[in-house]
Design a protein around this ligand. Sequence first.
Ligand SMILES: C[S@@+](CC[C@H](N)C(=O)[O-])C[C@H]1O[C@@H](n2cnc3c(N)ncnc32)[C@H](O)[C@@H]1O
Length: 199
Amino acid sequence: MFSKFPLFQNHLDLAHQYWKAIIQPGDTVIDATCGNGHDTLELALLTLGDEMKPGRLLAFDCQQTAIDQAKTLLAEKLPEGQLSRIEFILGCHSVWPEDIAQGSVRAIVYNLGYLPGGDKSLTTQTATTLESIKKALPLLMKGGMICVACYPGHAEGKIEEEAILELVKGLNAKSWSVCHHRWLNRQNAPSLLVIQAAI
Ligand SMILES: C[S@@+](CC[C@H](N)C(=O)[O-])C[C@H]1O[C@@H](n2cnc3c(N)ncnc32)[C@H](O)[C@@H]1O
């Protein structure tokens, strides 16, 4: 994609660079908000690997429409045979499947807000997002990462971002590195939060 900015154009570009830096074929990763599947696609290309290094990718969304749209995109863009290896979960990301062991996940990513082109009232909610992030922390392996794209430009998104930042400010600095990227010269721009577990 053409960009006027050689480092990164926006919060999603930046997020993808973090993912590329740490995710390896064979890893277990989770897309907590799969939506139309653009982020799931990036994660699949980094994670799924081949038969020698079969990664595990779980993709959550609470809307069947989102999962259907994601599957359409992924069927078109992924190499043959990879779509069937992604575990789509229709449900809320505040409940993780029991078979995900603590300390086993390389990356858990959130792209908050509502489904682009969908019902704007079905947006992520502060309470369930906080619950999800709290439960996601112990799932991370050493050096693993949670990445959260926040959208303070709409009312619920602003409350949600503030609540998440309040939560993560309290994480012990010996165990967690917490960094928040905000564009200071763009009004109400999305921001990116990165939480990394110590190695
Ligand atoms: C901004 S969209 C995600 C965009 C997506 N990552 C992409 O690349 O196209 C946010 C998604 O979160 C989903 N969502 C909202 N609340 C959720 C919840 N509690 N659990 C899981 N998904 C949720 C929405 O249905 C919506 O599809």
